[in-house]
Design a binder for this molecule. Sequence first.
Ligand code: NAP
Length: 255
Amino acid sequence: MTKQLSGKTALVTGGSRGIGRAIAERLAKDGATVALTYNASKSAADEVIAGILKSGGNAFALHADLVDASRIPDLFDKLDIELTRRNGANALDILVNNAGNAGWGGISDATPDSWDTMIAVHARAPFFMVQSALPRLSEGARIINISSGLATRPLPMVPIYSMAKAAINNLTHALAMELGPRGITVNAVAPGWTRTDMNAAVRENADMVKAIEGDTALGRFGETSDISAVVAFLASDEGRWVTAQVIEASGGYKL
Ligand code: NAP
């Protein structure tokens, strides 16, 4: 049976761990040729690639430190080479802007440098990723930005992160209008609390876990596969009529 993303290509930033890893694995399982990026976790990225190849998928890893947006064109040059070698063309069908750095930063301890670093990865990099992707994106391509429920319900503890995610929601809307004439859909997926390294410290606090689960209609922490399932829908033909949306996948957090 033909898989729903057979013949498609995908680029997932921050695919070495957490939500990005689950997205890369899911898109590969659905038949796409997947390029994932990693920054510090090369061995984790190699492990993800090995797992995908073992299951019969097609994937490769590229290094990218997304703090520095001036290096994004180099990333795409490398992507061109790898995609052309595998598929005979550099067309990109699915771009997932997922990478995110931790070190959330509050109002009292933030510095201009820590502010810049957080905004650089969470908000500036997705913008310039799309800029470089534009000439490569096929008609009917998908751009999927990983936002957060905090974009619309900011947490006072993490104002910089919340601001950056609000920017992503806004960018999603603007790009959907800009790219609609090319048949390209642009959406954001906004996870709620999802079990990854990013919130490992929170999950060590039993009271916080209890409070989060108590505030969640479905009564548990999210799993990375809960998020990749939504991304897979948006990437598939079934998601073709959905654009400019922020889809919260949080199990119903703070309803
Ligand atoms: P994670 O497990 O900490 O993984 C973060 C990923 O981003 C890793 O692959 C990491 O790569 C990459 N990354 C970090 N800094 C980078 C940099 N400077 N340049 C390039 N890549 C970098 O985080 P996650 O929880 O999966 O988060 C993924 C996305 O979901 C983020 O955008 C996050 O804001 C969003 N989100 C998460 C939650 C949650 O509860 N987990 C909730 C809402 C939204 P290396 O390890 O290779 O450096």
